[in-house]
Design a binder for this molecule. Structure first.
Ligand code: PLP
Length: 481
């Protein structure tokens, strides 16, 4: 896209040196030719009006007009009534590729059970526009300056209330820190834990093994250790045996198996942290979307001294917002705030106040209710279609969020299912990608529903049902979790 300045003159950095013997007109001609040839000024970009440029350069308007006329004659510029003087397409030395707009990436699959992405088409644009306007209307000038590193007080207040109400968190504004996504939250946490001498940090397996989080930790000199997950969540006995001093968990809806950490395991996990003077990092990424069971609160509510909780708007609203929060244990709050200060001096304030307005006006809850209904219908479509089209395939992980796990019958390989589906333009993810040892056994697929309409879910399943079901039924259980 070229810059169009509408009625106002664009700023243009050109220097004229009055100490040189060359006349100013010669200098201006050379400077403009050079800016066009070097690509500083791109084809189609508008130049300031002669009046405006004359003002900026403190020369006469006639001198600028003469210069523009000369460049028009040379073909560097074009001029049409009503559209001003613009850079012509011909004279840039810059490769065309640099000035071409990037083509949008073509979707990889016609039906893509992509994981991790919510329904971006359902982002509440009108509500967000209202919230940004509201933020700009109400924000005192002083709040546009450098703020408390933890974030805008209004968002921290509103968010802490929301987390207490909806997630049963032991949240208070003083220990809530706004950050740029889970990604930044975990990085700040890594720095603090490492600074305290933590070296070995446990991750759920399957879990983030495909994820930049684990490689970032090892790249920074930590030692990530995988700890198995079973139907009750992370195996706490194995965690204790691992020698880890901290663990990252997804208790409400384990990523990616979708199991819920059982009440007994929650107690064991908290006891482990207390007994080992260890910390739990709780990734509460998609728990707002919970369907068929009693809502589960965060582990942080049970052990606020031992848990660093990280929540995000990436699933509830959109990853592009880059808005998330840390609820810090008292002993680590100052260190986490210092890391946030060193990282970026605080998150963008207008977005923070907009999120606060979304929450306090009830629009955030309304959006969650709406999306819960949409995802629940997609989930039903998936279960129903698999039941009728591929009854040998088990399905689990559906209690919350918007992804599920398909258990393939014995004899059907993950790799074959993924490749076969891709050949039919259906995208599915192999569970092996999330296992620490990349084992393809037992064969399972992770199916995301964020970007699939109900109709797309049904067509997608029908297209690949025979690949998933294999030749014979295996009797894999349908756990409904
Ligand atoms: C397990 C898990 N947690 C959290 C997130 C959200 O990360 P962020 O808030 O940085 O977008 C993701 C994103 O896909 C995820 O897979």
């Amino acid at each position: 896209m070229t810059v169009d300045w509408g009625g106002i003159g664009p700023e243009l950095l050109l220097r004229l040196d009055r100490s040189l013997p060359e006349p100013l007109r010669t200098q201006l001609l050379a400077a403009l030719r050079d800016a066009i040839r070097s690509g500083r000024l791109r084809a189609g970009e508008r130049l300031p009006s002669s009046r405006e440029l004359a003002r900026q350069l403190e020369v006469s308007r006639g001198l600028v007009q003469e210069t523009y006329e000369q460049l028009l004659a040379e073909g560097y510029l074009t001029s049409r009534t009503g559209s001003g003087t613009r850079v012509a397409a011909v004279h840039s030395d810059v490769e065309q590729a640099r000035v071409e707009p990037e083509a949008p990436a073509a979707p990889r699959f016609e039906y893509d059970f992509a994981v991790g992405v919510p329904d971006l088409g359902s982002f509440p644009r009108a509500d967000w526009a209202w919230a940004v306007r509201e933020a700009l209307r109400t924000l005192p000038n002083a709040d546009l300056g450098y703020l408390d590193t933890r974030g805008h007080p209004e968002l921290r207040r509103v968010l802490a209330g929301y987390l207490r109400r909806v997630r049963a968190a032991a949240a208070d504004p003083a220990r809530t820190v706004i950050c740029a996504g889970f990604a930044q939250g975990i990085e700040l946490t890594r720095r603090v834990l490492q600074g305290m001498g933590v070296r070995r940090i446990a991750f759920e397996d399957p879990g983030y093994s495909d994820h930049t989080v684990v490689s970032a930790m090892s790249g920074a000199g930590m030692e990530p250790v995988p700890v198995p997950v079973d139907d009750d969540g992370i195996d706490v006995a194995a965690l204790a045996a691992s020698g880890a001093q901290a663990v990252v968990v997804t208790p409400a809806h384990q990523w990616p198996t979708g199991v819920v950490l059982s009440p007994r395991r929650r107690r064991e996990l908290v006891a482990w942290a207390r007994d080992h003077d260890a910390y739990i990092v709780e990734d509460d990424y998609d728990a707002e979307f919970r369907y068929d069971k009693e809502p589960v609160g965060v582990v942080q509510g049970l052990a606020p001294q031992r848990v660093i909780m990280i929540g995000t708007t990436s699933k509830a609203l959109a990853p592009g917002l880059r808005l998330a929060w840390l609820v810090c244990p008292p002993a680590l709050t100052d260190a986490l705030v210092t890391e946030k200060l060193l990282a970026d001096r605080g998150s963008p304030v207008i977005d923070q106040v907009a999120l606060a307005a979304m929450i306090s006006s009830g629009r955030y809850d309304r959006q969650l209710r709406r999306m819960r209904g949409i995802y629940a219908a997609r989930r039903e479509a998936l279960v129903d279609e698999l039941r009728t089209q591929a009854p040998a395939v088990g399905i689990s992980g559906l209690a919350a969020g918007f992804h599920a796990v398909a258990h393939l019958p014995a004899g059907v390989s993950e790799a074959d299912a993924v490749a076969g589906a891709a050949a039919r333009s259906v995208g599915v993810s192999p569970m092996s990608a999330y296992r620490a040892d990349r084992s393809p056994e037992p064969p399972q697929l992770v199916l995301g529903l964020g970007t699939m309409t109900e109709r797309a879910v049904r067509i997608g399943v029908r297209r690949i049902a025979d690949l998933l079901a294999g030749a014979r039924s295996s009797g894999v259980s349908r756990t409904g979790r």
